[in-house]
Design a protein around this ligand. Structure first.
Ligand code: ZN
Ligand code: ZN
Length: 245
């Protein structure tokens, strides 16, 4: 056992190093795909106009990303474990560790903090770039603009989340937080109270009060546990507050 520990630590650091490189590649691929889809949107705008609609599309996309952040965070906190193949160590694990060591996120570098969200977006971006007629049809152009703005907001989400955990974020960030334009520390603190079963949205938190009032996530968790065989029928919070259910 004494001899195995360094070997295990070495293999863990090698795997996190390889994941860091994967995240770096993910950020690069995300940027390339964003430019490619952006070019198609530019062509669509030249062909169809509707530029006056884009601010409303941006607001809708920002709120959609906030909702998506809540759904993904809810799934990662409540289902699977760090042993789940592929997703476990690199996606579910960080969400679970974050409850144990909330300040850990503030020590992440830019790649570690934002790479996973890029990796999660890439398959969807590829599909849109390849199969949606963004430059050729009006609906494709408006959908492409909405989709790219959702991706950009998803990209920013864990940066906003990190800022919400910083003791002293930059002054301009603090201002954005106090205006309610990005996730604030006070708002996100609600999620960090045991048993961590509400306020999952972490882009800006717009949906959190409504989802909390309607007990949306509690109902969703119960529904998933009832319908998917092999999941524990009790809610995670009903069991023992364990983070690894
Ligand atoms: Zn959480
Ligand atoms: Zn947090």
């Amino acid at each position: 056992m004494i001899q195995e520990q360094p070997v295990q630590q070495e293999s863990e650091s090698r795997s996190s190093r390889s994941h860091w490189l994967l995240e770096l590649a993910g950020i690069g691929a995300f940027a390339v795909l964003a430019v490619l889809i952006g070019q198609q949107i530019y062509q669509g705008a030249a062909a169809f106009g509707y530029a006056w609609l884009l601010p409303a599309v941006a607001v809708a996309a920002y709120l959609a990303a906030d909702l998506a952040s809540g759904l993904v965070h809810f799934l990662a906190d409540n289902f699977g474990s760090e042993e789940t193949p592929i997703l476990g160590p690199n996606f579910i694990g960080p969400f679970r560790d974050h409850h144990v060591d909330p300040a850990g996120i503030t020590r992440n570098d830019f790649v570690d903090n934002n790479g996973n969200n890029c990796l999660a977006s890439i398959p969807f971006m590829l599909l849109v770039w390849l199969f949606v007629p963004v430059a050729a049809t009006a609906w494709g152009y408006l959908f492409g603009a909405f989709f790219l703005m959702v991706c950009l907001a998803v990209f920013l989400t864990n940066q906003f989340h990190k800022w919400a955990h910083m003791e002293a974020p930059p002054g301009w960030v603090r201002r954005l937080q106090s205006w309610g334009l990005v996730l604030s520390r006070e708002h996100h603190d609600v999620h960090h109270e045991s048993p961590y079963d509400t306020y999952y949205c972490i882009t800006v938190g717009f949906w959190n009060p409504l989802l909390d009032r309607t007990r949306f996530f509690e109902r969703a968790e119960r529904l998933i546990r009832r319908t998917i065989p092999g999941t524990d029928p009790l809610l995670r919070s009903e069991r023992d507050g364990s983070l690894n259910g």
